[in-house]
Design a protein around this ligand. Structure first.
Ligand code: MN
Length: 271
């Protein structure tokens, strides 16, 4: 994969994302972007062969070896995407807020090309938040509807393990320390308004399954959160945290229903 699919999905006159080009010889950097599009997810990207190999992880990475995180491989991104933080305007592919959640170096534990091709990529991360040994394992499934893009991200047991690991406790940018809400507010103030209608024609539906998977993961999370707060009863002292969660759920729900209204087929709910 070069960058054709990345470019085909985007209108660079409308999105502040970089158009990008293949850049060889920059080395082994990695970035994880927290991306609140129609559904919150994390984009895990490894620099390799002059592009960023990319996976969308609905629940985000974890330092707990018990968490096997579904990671859906998506199109290669340009290396210039590495420090993209801000807003993708409404109507564009992946519209929403992007945070640079973690950055650092990665080191393959063996021949990176062979491991990637074999669906068993083992590597070491040296970031601010993610450290130590991990594996990305390709899921081979003959299930109908399986697109062959599903992998699992798993932490290996080492000195950097954290059990349990709650990714929501780390809502701050590796670049600017801002929370996702702060990035949304800051960028929103500067956001220009396009007079052009959002492009809706010619958009691929091939990522609908990705949106569906993320939606399912979101629904499960909401269900679990609802159960947890119902079980906690009214004497619970941590009311501040609970109401913040409720608010977050409300925002997510209204965003989803807004998108449903606009696009009943779920088209364009991208990563
Ligand atoms: Mn994304």
């Amino acid at each position: 994969m070069a960058l054709e699919e990345y470019k085909r999905k985007r209108n660079f006159k409308q999105t502040p994302e970089p158009a990008g080009k293949v850049e060889r010889g920059k080395g082994h950097r990695f970035v994880v972007q927290k991306h609140r599009a129609s559904h919150l997810h994390y984009d895990f990207r490894l620099e390799m062969d002059g592009v960023l190999k990319s996976w969308a992880i609905p629940k985000g990475p974890s330092l707990d070896p018990a968490d096997k995180r579904l990671a859906m491989q998506v199109e290669d991104h340009p290396v210039s995407y590495f420090d993209f933080e801000g807003i993708i305007p409404p109507g564009n592919y992946g519209a929403g807020t992007v945070m640079v959640w973690d950055v650092g170096k990665w080191q393959p534990e063996g021949d990176a090309h062979a491991m990637l091709a074999g669906g068993d990529l083992k590597f070491n991360l040296d970031g601010d938040k993610l450290k130590g040994s991990f594996a990305l394992i390709h899921i081979r499934s003959s299930k109908p509807g399986n697109k062959g893009t599903e992998w699992l991200l798993i932490k290996h047991r080492d000195a950097y393990v954290q059990e349990p690991y709650d990714i929501d406790e780390y809502d701050h940018s590796a670049l600017t320390k801002r929370t996702l809400d702060q990035i949304a507010d800051d960028a929103g103030a500067r956001q220009w308004k396009s007079s052009r209608p959002a492009a809706t024609s010619g958009r691929s539906t091939k990522n609908d399954w990705l949106a569906d998977s993320i939606a399912k993961a979101d629904a499960k999370k909401r269900e679990a959160a609802a159960k947890a707060s119902a079980g906690a009863g009214s004497r619970r002292p941590a009311q501040k945290k609970a109401s913040a969660k409720k608010l977050a759920t409300k925002v997510t729900t209204s965003a989803s229903s807004a998108i449903k209204k606009k696009s009943p087929s779920g088209k364009g709910l991208g990563h």
